[in-house]
Design a protein around this ligand. Structure first.
Ligand SMILES: NC(=O)c1ccc[n+]([C@@H]2O[C@H](COP(=O)([O-])OP(=O)(O)OC[C@H]3O[C@@H](n4cnc5c(N)ncnc54)[C@H](O)[C@@H]3O)[C@@H](O)[C@H]2O)c1
Length: 252
């Protein structure tokens, strides 16, 4: 696997939520290639087993099967990773689900569930892991947001609302954890060609829009996000916190 090697990521314990497929899978692969100890949480057992089977035999990787909407299950999964690999000093809050919905169809229960899958666990993962980082003298949290709300994308108001709040959460956590040398940044992906995007949402019109709207005339892939995550996780970005960085090929 080509790309930068960050010495500060070697032997670090990393937790990636939603690491079983899509962008999360690429993030897991990149941290494995850095020699990190990688724990990941995912609801999708089959995809996660498939990823585990494809990683090199020497990889330090541990999978926790959990639904992140269940905060007790999230806490158990965090404890499982800590038990396996020791204190967690890098957290990548990645899991989400961009289901489409019309305003008139949203019930109070659906609203709560969308916030739970797209936002709530980001706070509770940080809450569970911050003591490890504080004890270790520092750490890095990378929250995955989205450009969807920045560009005013329709048809999923619960998702875009949650994703806009990731930016506020990032700044709130950065302020409160900064005195303990815990950095908190957000990465906002543009349109990234995961299997889910290709299966569900990519159309010939969508492809044409990518080529028209992006400055860079190519489709972006999960590894484009993973490589940006490495930088904000590593000590090379040690003065960067409280920020959101857009990785979208220049769409916005
Ligand atoms: N792909 C894109 O174009 C795009 C664009 C903007 C932002 N993003 C963001 O990037 C991140 C990753 O998205 P992706 O495109 O890779 O999605 P994906 O659907 O391909 O992968 C998401 C992963 O999270 C897991 N997951 C979902 N709900 C879960 C739950 N309740 N508990 C545990 N695991 C759960 C899924 O099983 C899956 O492995 C998300 O935060 C998403 O909002 C993606």
């Amino acid at each position: 696997m080509q790309g930068a090697i960050y010495p500060s990521l070697k032997d670090r314990t990393v937790l990636v939520t939603g690491g079983g497929s899509g962008i999360g899978e690429a993030i897991v692969r990149r941290f494995v290639s850095q020699g990190s100890r990688v724990g990941f949480i995912d609801i999708d057992l089959e995809a996660s087993k498939h990823l585990l089977a494809s990683l090199p035999a020497h990889a330090s990787v541990h999978f926790e099967h959990a639904d992140l909407r269940d905060i007790a299950a999230l806490r158990r999964a965090v404890a499982g990773v800590r038990e396996m690999f020791g204190p967690i000093t890098i957290l990548v809050n990645n899991a989400a689900r961009d289901d489409r919905h019309a305003i008139e169809d949203v019930t109070p229960e659906y609203w709560d569930e969308r916030i739970a899958v797209n936002l709530k666990h980001q706070f509770f993962s940080a809450q569970a892991i911050a003591p490890d980082m504080i004890q270790a003298g520092g750490g890095s949290i990378v929250n995955i947001g989205s450009v969807s709300w920045v560009i005013g994308q329709g048809n999923m108001p619960c998702y875009t609302t949650a994703k806009s709040a990731v930016q506020g959460l990032t700044r709130a956590l950065a302020r409160d954890l900064g005195p303990n040398n815990v950095r908190v940044n957000s990465i906002l992906p543009g349109w990234i060609m995961t299997q889910r995007q290709q299966d569900l949402w990519l159309t010939p019109d969508g492809e044409a829009e990518i080529m028209q709207r992006q400055c860079l005339k190519r489709k972006l892939v999960p590894d484009d996000i993973a490589r940006a995550v490495l930088f904000f996780a590593a000590d090379d970005s040690s003065a960067c916190t409280n920020q959101s960085y857009i990785v979208d090929g220049g769409w916005v």
